[in-house]
Design a protein around this ligand. Sequence first.
Ligand code: SF4
Ligand code: SF4
Ligand code: FES
Length: 220
Amino acid sequence: METFEIKVAGKPIRARSGETVIHALWNAGMPELIKTGCVGGVCGACTVTVRSPNGKINGTDLACMCPVEEGMEVFPCSVDAVPTIASEPNPSADKLRVAYPTLDRCTKCGSCTASCPMSIPVMDSVLRMRSDQLNEVADDFTTCINCGLCRFVCEDGVLPHVMGMWVRRSIGSSRESAKNNTLEVASEQIELEWKYLLDGDSTLRMKHAQQFRENGEIES
Ligand code: SF4
Ligand code: SF4
Ligand code: FES
């Protein structure tokens, strides 16, 4: 099959049309150039920035989901973890501000939304956090894979997904059923939550995520 050149971290690699950047690296015997985990677009390990053959920066992507294009350049961009801040029962915008004073730094540039491989309306959600619409924020971040790209591109250090996850954890830990769950019951529900998270129907997926947040249970 015909091959063409791409560059990863400055190194030339021969790639084949139709494969992803990660598979091109594996086929070239250089898997170490980009960190990988699931290779299925759900763990957020393989974050990269991409420059098109015409020299234009194409933005951020997941290398395991990014198809190769002749002449493209790919740069690994690992996103470091940030320390976890404990969730708060009955969260509010004021409590969120105490945990993350960065909330009010947002200048509405929109870069976070453009960077998100899961098409989450990140900037809009930051604005919802400010106006105390936290149930909607929890919905927004239902499909977040914690890749950190929205944080990586934010020049104002707002930490959008970190706040979104704090909101989700805080709402979840406020449920009475969350306090009373035995490990056995919780693991059954977690199995079901996984089943629905992997469901291809996004409306159904959202419905079950909301149901789980509201009462800690998902109908089978
Ligand atoms: S990238 Fe940062 S400053 Fe820009 S909209 Fe997103 S959170 Fe706000
Ligand atoms: S919201 Fe941020 S951390 Fe979550 S998937 Fe989108 S870019 Fe990644
Ligand atoms: S390796 Fe998990 S998202 Fe790419």
